[in-house]
Each structure stands twice: as structure tokens, then as C-alpha cells.
Design a protein around this ligand. Structure first.
Ligand code: NAP
Length: 293
């Protein structure tokens, strides 16, 4: 039976470190780190995510400076809001909550972020830094997965990893981070042929396809470490991932639960990026280099 990789426990341990870093530096700096979460429209899942992020900020001592704009807001007004946050000295991190309402293109708005305040690591410059293995804020979900794997002592160097999904938000940065850790990585997507044969080669399998309960026993090599990034509300109530957990758990060496695996780590990495940005702006040591480079 697989070991469960507990994201809640690790997130709580990292939050304790963040609170200590903030408490150590705040007296000298005279202000806490600030995170602005910009939400546009009324996507219900986003409402839950934003509330979770704001609560997490409160737990560690980050000031939340969010704004909620109506769905009909024009791209130019959102850009103006981002530019005001870029210029605001109380703001160290900015997150544009995705998805945006239909008709709004996220790409130019993400480009309007000050890369130094890009708390989600999605600005083109920061994705380029990841590609070149240069320091910078990292995409929160894959960075959270890397932290979970490190905490569980999963050896990556020389191992065969498969990432299912190639989005800019999850799949692509995940593959780059695994490669940077010296895994041999294959990326699968919706046009991949014979997915089960490919995923059965994986010693480390990360699933971010956004398809509820898509991967079962036939996709998993016995003894693999399985990371389930997917999160879906089930019609009958409760949440599930992209993996059929009752089929995969008896086979795998380790698995992330849904909920309680990758989700809490995504929120925590947002806080990490914000605290690191706050420290960098003031030339202070952050001590979080094991989590982001
Ligand atoms: P996305 O943008 O929809 O991307 C999904 C990717 O999966 C695409 O690359 C797609 O391929 C691929 N795919 C779809 N169906 C497939 C299939 N049958 N076989 C193989 N590949 C397939 O989704 P995302 O933003 O990356 O998110 C993925 C999942 O993670 C979602 O469930 C999302 O809710 C969840 N998520 C969770 C967290 C968290 O904190 N836990 C954070 C972010 C996202 P193509 O490129 O060919 O279309």
C-alpha cells in the first residue's frame, strides 16, 4: 500500500518557517510582506482558492491586499490595476487569479506584472529563468510537487519521470523542474498514443491532465511514486483527482491524496515566493533556498 505524501503537514511546517522569517525581519523593515491577489469575475472555484490564499497569508503574517474586479472589467483597467500594484511599495507579490472571464486574454496581463513581484512565476521572464536554471520565482504547483518529493526523500537523479499534461501552469514547468533534478523526463498530452504503456515506464508519475479519474491501475508501474495534481468536484459530492486512487494506491510506493496533497502546497509556495521577494527587495537572507532557487 502506498505511503501518502501529506501536503497539509508539509505546508504547515513551511508556514512555521515563513512566520519565523517574517517575525525576524519585520521589526527592521517596519512592514510585513504584502501579497495582492487580483480576482476578476465570479468563477466559483476561484472564490474558494482566493479565500484559502488570504487565510494562509493571515496565518504567517503576510498582509493581504487583494482586489475583486467585476467580470465586465476591460483588459486596460486590469492592466492599470496591475501597474498600480507594481508601483506600490507595500506589495511584494502579485497573483492574477486564473481563469479570467471569457474574452480576456491572460498572456498580456501576466506580462504586465513586475517580474520581481510575480508570485505565481508565470511571467515569461520567470519561465525563461526556470528554463535556464536561473534564480527567480517558480510556478507554485510544480514547485510544491518538488517540495513534497524532496520531503519524502524521493530520489530523482537518473530516474524515469513522466508528466501527463503540458500546460504552462503545471505540466511544462513540472517537466523542467524534474529535469533540473536530473530525472529523465517524458511529457504526455492529449495526442500521445498508447498512454498506459508510456506511463507504466514511469518511476515518478505526475498527472496534470485535468480529467477526473483518468488514470487507473493499467497506467502505473508497481512501486512508482504517483503525484495527482488534478482536482475536481464530484457530482455526488467531495473531491477527486485525475487518478483512480483505489486502483493505484495498492500498486504505488507513494501517492499524493486529493484533497490534502498538491493543493495545500500550491498555496504555500505562493507564500514562499512572496516572502522571498520581500527579502530580496531588502537584500535580506531568506533561508528558503531549499524551496525556491
Ligand atoms: P489544462 O491547461 O487543461 O491542461 C491539461 C493538459 O493535460 C493539457 O496539456 C492536455 O493536453 C493534457 N491532457 C488532457 N487530456 C489528456 C489525455 N486524455 N491524455 C493525456 N493528456 C491529456 O490544465 P492545468 O491547468 O494544467 O491543470 C491540470 C489539472 O490540475 C486540473 O485538474 C486543475 O484543476 C489541476 N490543478 C490543480 C492545482 C492544485 O493546486 N492542486 C493547481 C493547478 C491546477 P493538450 O495540451 O494536448 O491539450
Amino acid at each position: 500500500m502506498a505511503t501518502r505524501l501529506d501536503g497539509r503537514e508539509l505546508a504547515a511546517a513551511i508556514e512555521t518557517r515563513l512566520a519565523a522569517t517574517i517575525a525576524a525581519h519585520q521589526p527592521r523593515l517596519g512592514r510585513p510582506p504584502g501579497l495582492a491577489v487580483l480576482r476578476v469575475g465570479d468563477d466559483p472555484a476561484s472564490g474558494v482558492y482566493v479565500a484559502n490564499k488570504e487565510k494562509a497569508c493571515g496565518r504567517v503574517g503576510i498582509r493581504s491586499l487583494g482586489a475583486h474586479l467585476p467580470a465586465a472589467t476591460e483588459a486596460e483597467q486590469i492592466r492599470a490595476r496591475i501597474e498600480a500594484l507594481n508601483a506600490d511599495p507595500a506589495v511584494d507579490g502579485i497573483l492574477l487569479q486564473l481563469p479570467l472571464p471569457g474574452g480576456l486574454d491572460a498572456a498580456p496581463l501576466l506580462m504586465a506584472l513586475d517580474p520581481a513581484k510575480d508570485a505565481d512565476g508565470l511571467h515569461t521572464l520567470n519561465l525563461g529563468r526556470l528554463l535556464k536554471r536561473e534564480p527567480g520565482p517558480r510556478s507554485c504547483t510544480p514547485a510544491g510537487v518538488m517540495a513534497l518529493l524532496a520531503r519524502a526523500g524521493v530520489e530523482l537523479a537518473g530516474r524515469r519521470a513522466v508528466v501527463v499534461g503540458r500546460s504552462i501552469l503545471v505540466g511544462q514547468p513540472m517537466a523542467l523542474m524534474l529535469q533540473a533534478a536530473d530525472a529523465t523526463v517524458t511529457v504526455a498530452h492529449s495526442r500521445t498514443r498508447d498512454l498506459p504503456s508510456l506511463t507504466r515506464e514511469a518511476e515518478v508519475l505526475v498527472v496534470a491532465a485535468g480529467r477526473p479519474r483518468m488514470l487507473g491501475a493499467e497506467h502505473v508501474r508497481p512501486g512508482a511514486v504517483v503525484v495527482d495534481v488534478g482536482i475536481h468536484r464530484r457530482p455526488e459530492g467531495g473531491l477527486c483527482g485525475d487518478v483512480i486512487v483505489e486502483e493505484v494506491e495498492p500498486l504505488a510506493a507513494a501517492i499524493t491524496p486529493v484533497p490534502g496533497g498538491v493543493g495545500p502546497m500550491t498555496v504555500t509556495m505562493l507564500l514562499v515566493n512572496t516572502v522571498v521577494a520581500w527579502c530580496r527587495r531588502h537584500g535580506l537572507e531568506h533561508g528558503l533556498g531549499d524551496l525556491v532557487p
